[in-house]
Design a protein around this ligand. Structure first.
Ligand SMILES: Cc1cc2nc3c(=O)[nH]c(=O)nc-3n(C[C@H](O)[C@H](O)[C@H](O)COP(=O)(O)OP(=O)(O)OC[C@H]3O[C@@H](n4cnc5c(N)ncnc54)[C@H](O)[C@@H]3O)c2cc1C
Length: 388
């Protein structure tokens, strides 16, 4: 059976639904083709079930891309305020948790319900359990699922990245881009916990669950947030953020006492220079068990001023080399993706293939932790939806 539309949207996640709403509102006959048995599964698990749906302080600097300017146009034309207006129109209660991050008070189901209601209102056709297996371009695009065929002059690829394969992530979008001759920036897992070497793991494993305020940095990027010790290595917001920039075999630097001077007390000549005093000082900045364990491995070589200065330096730039990340099973996003040079920044349409669009996570634009990935999904979805 063949269904004909003005536009086909592959993938009923955040970006695909926003695109469908914008195009539907403009009178286009659009179909969302989703291989799962329901829409927006990732929205439902996002933000610990409360969906961090945007960030009040969204700026182009909050995104990684091989072209840092690419996202600017779409982000400027669909802002956090635009999405907040939609949330408020649907009377969804929300709050700012921290650093401009907006979360639902009740549940991520509110956001998905809102998008579904908007789709219905805009006359969008939704096809679930529709696993698109191949796409072909004749006079129109033809997308084929096992039991049905869909035709339209425009095709929007919103199939997301490789993160969390168990809820339906596939490499479909990248394969399709390659099929049409578009370049891909090799994907890698982002916002993902890091695994430490056997030796480091043995040293810190029993501290799993302990967290500390740190500055994590590498490749000129730095994030001051919480770091969490896990059974396999390190996690927590600071580590997730820096993981998107980390390259295998490179160290990351951790400042374990941001903007503090741990050895300041030793300037007083009456302060006894020994491990007990240093341990007491360190416990003022780090959780006790972590402070003690870290000191066991990094005690000053002597109690001279230069040795204490070296110790202080190490505290602020502890270099640790992860062996790997926890991979796509645990990554919140996939960095890399369809090369932005291939797409119009205004409409997300492929320059070489008129009528073919890529939006959301499948594109080489990746947000920091904190609601930025959804803001990119909404903004890129709206950009394409307005061009269909
Ligand atoms: C655990 C977790 C928590 C997160 N929390 C947040 C958060 O709080 N805030 C935030 O900003 N970001 C968060 N993210 C990231 C955010 O969810 C994604 O960046 C965003 O969902 C990307 O939207 P998308 O529409 O591009 O892709 P997706 O939401 O992944 O949607 C893609 C859709 O395409 C479908 N699909 C795939 N292949 C096919 C095919 N061949 N045929 C048909 N359909 C197909 C998939 O089933 C899916 O429904 C989180 C991610 C995870 C994994």
């Amino acid at each position: 059976m063949t269904h004909s539309f003005d536009a086909l949207i592959l993938g009923g996640g955040a970006a695909g639904l926003m695109c469908a709403i914008e195009a539907g509102k403009r009178g286009r006959r659009v179909a969302v083709l989703e291989h799962a048995d329901r829409l927006g599964k990732k929205i439902l698990i996002s933000g610990g079930g409360r969906c961090n749906f945007t960030n009040l302080h969204c700026r182009p600097e909050n995104f990684l891309s091989s072209n840092p300017h690419f996202a600017k146009s779409a982000l400027a034309r669909y802002t956090p305020q635009d999405f907040i207006a939609l949330v408020e129109k649907h009377n969804i209660p929300y709050h700012e948790k921290t650093l401009g991050q907006l979360f639902c008070d009740r549940s991520a189901r509110d956001i998905l319900g809102m998008l579904e209601a908007e789709c219905e209102h805009a006359g969008v056709s939704i096809f679930l359990n529709t696993n698109i297996q191949n796409v072909e371009q004749a006079t129109e695009f033809i997308a084929r699922a096992p039991n049905a065929e869909f035709k339209a002059p425009a095709l929007v690829v919103a199939t997301g990245g490789l993160s969390i394969p168990k809820i339906g992530a596939t490499s479909f979008g990248y394969n399709l881009a390659r099929q049409f001759g578009l370049a891909i920036r090799e994907p890698w897992p982002g916002l993902v916990p890091l695994i430490l070497s056997e030796e480091d793991c043995d040293r810190y494993r029993d501290l799993a669950g302990i967290s500390a305020d740190v500055i994590a940095s590498c490749h000129g990027q730095q994030f001051r947030e919480k770091m969490l010790i896990t059974h396999r290595g390190l996690s927590g917001p600071a580590i997730l953020q820096i993981s998107s920039y980390w390259q295998p075999s490179q160290p990351i630097q951790l400042d374990l006492a941001p903007s503090a001077e741990v050895t300041a007390a030793f300037r007083d000549p009456r302060t006894p220079r020994n491990l007990n005093t240093l341990r007491t000082e360190l416990r003022k900045f780090l959780p006790q068990r972590f402070a003690d364990r870290w000191l066991e491995a990094h005690a000053p070589t002597s109690w001279t001023n230069p040795a204490l200065a070296d110790f202080e330096k190490q505290m602020h730039a502890w270099a640790i080399t992860p062996t790997e990340t926890e991979g796509y099973e645990k990554a919140e996003v996939t960095a890399g993706g369809v090369d932005t040079n291939e797409l119009s920044a205004k409409t997300m349409e492929a320059r070489k293939v008129p009528g073919l669009f890529f939006i959301g996570e499948v594109v080489d634009v990746t947000g920091h932790l904190g609601g930025f990935n959804f803001q990119w999904a909404w903004a890129s979805g709206a950009a394409a939806g307005r061009a269909l």
